[in-house]
Design a protein around this ligand. Structure first.
Ligand code: PLP
Length: 391
């Protein structure tokens, strides 16, 4: 069968390739330590799940407004205001089927054929494919490991082209955990506004910050009202990956455009999940602090253990739940690249990681520490032994 050209512009992610192999090996009864998963290992908090159960029991199982129920949109706007000091109106908010859907629909609404979309590396793989699917050309702004992978206005400026239409940021970052400095973020947004570029800020990990860093959103700065769009998600913050609830906060006209796209594709996000999301945002928040404290402990453990392995060095992530160690010393010891490193680590030591090539850098692997300290201990011991065995 012949497929549309837009399908050939995107590819199946390398994340999936290693994942598939890990699944097969597990089915054969092999004990795999999985550092590949990009989702919390905690269950959805019970009060949130119960709200979903109540939605089913009370037959709240019909279509809702395309952009989400008014009470959920109000809850999102108020929650964002409480955490980040933003001042969005309900008409500037729309609920989607997860953060990825929020990004997909926003990019579809903004990017035209031939537009340039700037994406800092290392990047979450879907940014690039979503931009290409929309007809855009990707321009990668390569952050430096020596700067902790932090994006700067200077780097953005050096990568601008006459056709730059959109910049996608992700702070804290998947995969590096890098957090853009608040003042630098404002300088980047000012530069975008000056050049008529839309800035899409993916805040999916914005609550996962360590070392006393305070949550910051460009949504709190009224001067960027017309040029900044926020994509948010409840997936990671509330351990709700399967419920599929995300949102867009941005200019009214953009919300209307996204709503139009949504009206002909998914329609509303699941009614049951919307009730659960309402409880997540308006109910007790203790589970978020509990999960954050645990991720912080794991981050300290992982970074210390990684840096103690000869031949590996790892920058200290400021947020999210990923470590992004440099394993390039293995390239002089019989390993060709990060993909081969990941495949051999899986086959020989039974540890699943994601190769950095999936995120646009050659020298790294991604380790998700959204798994127990016990698993981290086992997997990192295996990684150390794997490194020691390389000739
Ligand atoms: N943005 C980033 C950087 C992510 O890592 C993810 C998920 O892995 C998402 C967005 C989308 O999450 P969801 O669609 O589950 O809300």
């Amino acid at each position: 069968m012949k497929f549309a050209g837009r399908v050939s512009r995107i590819s199946v992610s390398q994340t999936m390739a290693v994942n598939e192999k890990a699944l097969q090996m597990r089915e054969q009864g092999i004990d795999i330590v999985d550092f590949g998963a990009g989702e919390p290992d905690f269950p959805t908090p019970d009060n949130i799940s119960q709200a979903g159960v109540r939605a089913i029991e009370s037959n709240f199982t019909r279509y809702t407004s395309i952009g989400g129920t008014p009470d959920l949109r109000k809850a999102i706007v108020e929650h964002h205001a409480r955490i980040f000091g933003s001042k969005f109106d309900v008409s500037e908010c729309l609920v989607n089927v997860g953060g990825k859907h929020a990004i997909f629909n926003t990019v579809s609404a903004v990017v035209d054929d031939g537009d340039d979309v700037m994406i800092p590396t290392p990047y979450w793989v879907s940014f690039a494919d979503i931009a290409r699917y929309a007809g855009g050309r990707t321009v990668f702004a390569e952050t430096r490991e020596a700067d902790g992978f932090r994006l700067t206005a200077k780097l953005v400026e050096s990568c601008l082209t006459a056709k730059t239409r959109l910049l996608i940021t992700n702070s804290p970052s998947n995969p590096s955990g890098a957090v853009i400095d608040d003042e630098e973020f404002v300088r980047i947004a000012a530069l975008c506004r000056e050049r008529g570029i839309v800035l899409l800020s993916d805040e999916c990990y914005a609550r996962f910050l360590y070392d006393g860093l305070k949550p910051f959103s460009l949504g709190s700065r009224p001067e960027f009202r017309d040029t900044v769009v926020i994509a948010g998600s409840l997936s990671k913050t509330y351990a709700m990956t399967g419920w599929r609830i995300g949102y867009v906060l941005g200019p009214k006209e953009l919300i209307a455009a996204v709503q139009k796209i949504q009206s002909h594709s998914t329609s509303n996000p699941t009614s049951i999940s919307q009730k659960a999301a309402l409880e997540a945002l308006t109910g007790p928040q203790g589970s978020v602090a509990m999960m954050l404290a645990e991720y912080s402990r794991r981050r300290d453990f992982v970074v210390e253990r990684l840096n103690a392995i000869p031949g590996i060095h790892c920058t200290r992530p400021g947020g999210a739940f990923y470590a992004y160690p440099n394993i390039s010393s293995a390239f002089t010891r019989g390993i060709k690249d990060s993909l081969e490193f990941s495949v051999r680590l899986l086959e020989e030591s039974h540890v699943a990681v994601v190769p950095g090539s999936a995120f646009g850098t050659a020298d790294h692997i991604r380790i998700s520490y959204a798994t127990s300290l016990e698993q981290l201990e086992r997997g990192l011991t295996r990684l150390a032994q794997f490194m020691a065995r390389l000739k």
